[in-house]
Design a protein around this ligand. Sequence first.
Ligand code: GRF
Length: 193
Amino acid sequence: MALSIGSKKIKTAVFISGRGSNLKSLIKFSKQKKSPIVIELILSNNVKSRGLKFSKLFNIKKKIFNFKNKKIAEKKILNELEKRNIKLICLAGFMKILSKSFIKKFNGKILNIHPSLLPKYRGLNTHKRAILNKDRYSGCTVHYVNHKLDSGKIVIQKKVKILKKDTPKSLANRILIQEHKLYPKAISKVFNP
Ligand code: GRF
């Protein structure tokens, strides 16, 4: 008898805080035959995240956790992930920093996408900082998550040229187009090296 689609795929949770455009690109990727992952859960710290709409659109379970008490939130999240046998977390615009103990306890891989060529410009306002520094290139990076902000081992990067007329917004838009391609590529690289 044929196995149900996705039965052997890596169960993945995507963590978001806002718009969710990377989430959307990951969902689309996960539906391709060649994708090593299946997205089982969308998780957010923010009930107002626009990206939560993709839960209904694509029929994926969503969960919202209040991070006012981070310890409690992380404990509940770990339970949820364990219950669903989640083996990959993709952070996609998730604005909370996961604790060292959460990262240690999670029985799987955690990836993040960041809009700069790490190790340059960890943290926020990456595009503005790259333009102010008169860099010729910026880009995006997918990396493993460790306990230091935007500092884990790099999986893959994509360079994007900074144009003279660029504003942080125009640069962000061009980089975002690349992010949507890079995250799926990184996942393929991690699971089918
Ligand atoms: C992206 O630029 C991502 O690199 C950064 O936050 C933004 C999230 O955008 N970490 P979206 O919510 O995926 O549209």
